[in-house]
Design a protein around this ligand. Structure first.
Ligand SMILES: [Zn+2]
Ligand SMILES: [Zn+2]
Ligand SMILES: [Zn+2]
Length: 202
């Protein structure tokens, strides 16, 4: 980059600072009102990955680089990060889980707020859900009744052995009394696996 010193000039907004051209040091910080491209002699850059020359807006900012921009264009960076995400789904899930654990309080507070301010929308959504998941709803009602009558006995989670917060999972909603007892978190995990499988088939 070619800028180090500044000159002050009168503008219609008052005295403002403008860059003068010279060699730029790594610790240089851009004034807020200047976009980098507007002060660069040559507002284009060649991506070192795809070798295409593009306007500097196509490059992410990166403090460590001499010119303050990444050496790969946004398109190449996005491709790489998409590839990484495709290849490391477990790491993404793990870090999401870590985040949920460490930000539990915040998440609960936010979802409470959200429910409060979106009551109407959520009501509509639940009506729509019930209308499109009739079979599931009916099966859950039957299971609940059987549970109350003592026909179905609550068991510990079939996957982790937990005894708290146990839910009935149906492999087939047509058979409402054939249930698998799972704790809330194993149940959510199983459904997320099933959803992923379904998505791959579709
Ligand atoms: Zn590129
Ligand atoms: Zn469990
Ligand atoms: Zn289930």
């Amino acid at each position: 980059m070619l800028i180090t010193t500044f000159t002050f000039r009168e503008t219609f907004r008052g005295l403002r600072c403008f860059p003068a051209f010279g060699l730029l040091s790594a610790s240089y910080r851009w004034p807020r009102f200047l976009s980098r491209s507007s002060v660069m002699n040559n507002p284009i850059k060649t991506c070192s990955k795809c070798k295409k020359t593009k306007p500097v807006e196509n490059f992410h900012k990166h403090k460590i680089e001499k010119d303050g921009l990444k050496c790969w264009c946004k398109e190449c960076c996005n491709k790489i990060s998409q590839k990484w995400r495709r290849e490391n789904p477990k790491r993404i899930r793990d870090s999401a889980k870590k985040y949920r654990v460490s930000h539990r309080g915040e998440i609960i507070k936010y979802s409470k707020q959200y429910r409060k301010s979106n009551q109407e929308k959520l009501k509509e959504y639940s009506l729509l859900y019930n209308a499109t998941h009739k079979e599931e709803k009916a099966a859950n009602c039957k299971t609940q009744r059987a549970k109350l009558k003592g026909k179905l006995l609550l068991r510990p989670c079939g996957l982790c052995g937990a005894t708290k917060d146990i839910l009935a999972h149906h492999d087939d909603y047509k058979n409402p009394l054939a249930v698998r007892w799972l704790c809330r978190s194993c149940h959510a995990g199983l459904h997320s696996i099933l959803r992923r499988k379904e998505r791959k088939i579709v």
